[in-house]
Design a protein around this ligand. Structure first.
Ligand SMILES: Nc1ncnc2c1ncn2[C@@H]1O[C@H](COP(=O)(O)OP(=O)(O)OP(=O)(O)O)[C@@H](O)[C@H]1O
Ligand SMILES: [Mg+2]
Length: 510
């Protein structure tokens, strides 16, 4: 079963328990409420009427006693006109009221016990009403007998009345007792239910709480592996492929952790393979570069060596023939070609050899000024106008000679690109974190397809060029934490050409 299903089921069980408790409590409360309603609207009002009935009946009996004893015919008339008949009327009314109450409660009664209590009360009320009518009839006859002075007859009727009254009083008491018993029963049931309900609610709440706790523990235990997994994923994401999610168990998270660990291991292996391939590639590149350099050197030195060989023979001939002039000429050529050879070797040696020793503070403004001064005579010869916009001071930390070499290479390339004169501009701007140098010319320009290749070793479009000037410059600039790039020059008069940009970190800037 999946984790989600398990958690959903667990919460479902807790919810179901909670709703069951709430529902049962509601049902229980409602039924207690119904019992109390019957009590309040049925039993108690009926009981009140019966209490009144009992007291009225007692009064009527007393009045009858008084009427029987009374000798004064005037008082007798007064008594008989009012009391007994009034009492009977009131009693009939109370009985009617009690019947109505009992009937309406019987209609709405919701429990069997209430219904049966009310049914018997209704029957007894009917009987009582009949008896009350009968009593009223006998009462009228008794009063008539009293008036007609037939004492013997009156005495007899009075005895009948007494018997009726007793029976009626017994009936009233019986009903009162029945209702009181019903009240006691209802209150007892309500109390029992209240107690049972309280016990049920407490027990069910305890069970819900325990289940909630169990689910909490379960959820914690089930989801606990997520943390080490997340941590492992985070570490793998930042390149620590050795990180593993240590999760035991066969659940979904266990499977996930296994898969994750397999993935991390695969990444580790791939990383190792990549590093190995990279090493092999670098090695192959190095060997290829050695091959290229050897071929290049062979090519470069072949011409001077041929020239040296040829001129050595010419020198030999000149010495044999005693032609001093020819001998000196050949010697000069030999000398020049040897110089050329040593220049070639020197430039190869320079390339790939990084400057060493302590770095110093170098003011690029001074270095670039000196380099431009160096080229000024040649520029004048080639009709190249030189412009410079150099900031006050542009200090960087590094190797002065190496940096000078960079500028020499850039300025020489610019001059060489302007066969028919032009403009050469060098600028230095000191910005927030660095020094920006730009060397622009109005020369031949670099075709877009060559723009990326000019920094490749041996890329040269010149007959005598080694193609090492720009790669060497880039090596030095990078060694100083900077970068170099080229772009078409943007001259204000619309002229074309090339600009080389060099950005170097300013001294002290990180
Ligand atoms: N300012 C420039 N204008 C036009 N082309 C340029 C410029 N600078 C460099 N290049 C092109 O880039 C190529 C490579 O330049 P790089 O300085 O590396 O070698 P090189 O100048 O050919 O040889 P060397 O520097 O040994 O004399 C050049 O041959 C040239 O085609
Ligand atoms: Mg060059």
């Amino acid at each position: 079963m999946s984790i989600v299903t398990r958690i959903v089921i667990a919460f479902g069980v807790v919810l179901a328990t909670f709703f069951t408790v709430a529902g049962l409590s509601y049902v229980e409360l409602r039924s207690i409420g119904r019992e109390l309603r019957t009590l309040h609207h049925g039993y108690l009002p009926i009981l009140r009427r019966f209490t009144e009935l009992a007291s009225l009946q007692r009064q009527r009996d007393q009045h009858l006693d008084e009427i029987e004893r009374q000798q004064d015919p005037q008082i007798l008339r007064l008594l008989e006109r009012h009391y007994p008949a009034q009492a009977s009327g009131k009693m009939a009314m109370l009985l009617r009221e009690a019947s109505e109450i009992a009937e309406s409660n019987h209609r709405e009664a919701e429990t069997d016990s209430a219904r049966s209590v009310l049914t018997s009360v209704l029957a007894q009320l009917d009987a009582l009403s009949a008896r009350n009518k009968k009593t009223t009839g006998i009462l009228a006859s008794f009063l008539a007998a009293m008036r007609s002075e037939g004492t013997a007859k009156a005495g007899e009727l009075r005895q009948d009345l007494r018997n009726e009254e007793r029976a009626q009083s017994d009936d009233i008491r019986a009903v009162t007792n029945a209702i009181e018993a019903a009240i006691r029963e209802t209150v007892g049931v309500a109390q029992r239910r209240e107690r049972d309900g309280a016990i049920f609610v407490v027990a069910a709440t305890a069970v819900s709480l325990l289940m909630g706790l169990a689910i909490l523990v379960f959820a914690r235990r089930t989801l606990a592996p997520i943390r080490p997994l997340t941590e492992a994923a985070r570490r793998v994401a930042i390149g620590d492929y050795g990180a593993r999610g240590n999760v035991r168990g066969a659940g979904e998270l266990g499977i996930l952790a296994d898969e994750f660990n397999k993935m991390a291991k695969a990444l580790l292996d791939r990383d190792a393979r990549l590093k190995q391939q990279q090493r092999e590639l670098v090695e192959a590149e190095r060997l290829a570069a050695v091959g290229r350099i050897s071929a290049q050197i062979a090519h470069e030195i072949r011409n001077p060596l041929n020239a040296v060989g040829l001129n050595t023979e010419l020198l030999d001939e000149a010495l044999t023939s005693g032609d001093r002039g020819a001998a000196e000429k050949s010697l000069r050529v030999i000398q020049r070609e040897i110089d050329r050879l040593s220049e070639i070797t020197e430039s190869y040696l320079r390339f790939g050899r990084m400057p060493s020793g302590p770095r110093t503070i170098v003011d690029l403004r001074i270095v670039l000024s000196e380099v431009i001064d160096l080229f000024t005579p040649e520029c004048a010869k080639r009709a190249i106008r030189v412009e410079r916009a150099l900031d006050d001071s542009a200090p960087v930390e590094g190797y002065e000679n190496a940096l000078r070499q960079v500028f020499v290479n850039l300025v020489r390339n610019a001059v060489e690109a302007m066969k028919d004169g032009g403009r050469l501009r060098a600028t230095i701007a000191v910005q927030n974190g660095g020094v920006a140098i730009a060397v622009s010319d109005t020369g031949s320009g670099i075709p877009p397809e060559d723009r990326d290749r000019v920094f490749d070793p041996f890329f040269s479009t010149k007959v005598t060029g080694t193609g090492l000037g720009l790669p060497h410059a880039r090596q030095i600039v990078r060694e100083h934490g900077g970068q170099i790039r080229c772009a078409p020059a943007l001259w204000e008069d619309g002229g074309a050409g090339t600009t080389f940009f060099v950005d170097l970190p300013r001294r002290g800037a990180k």
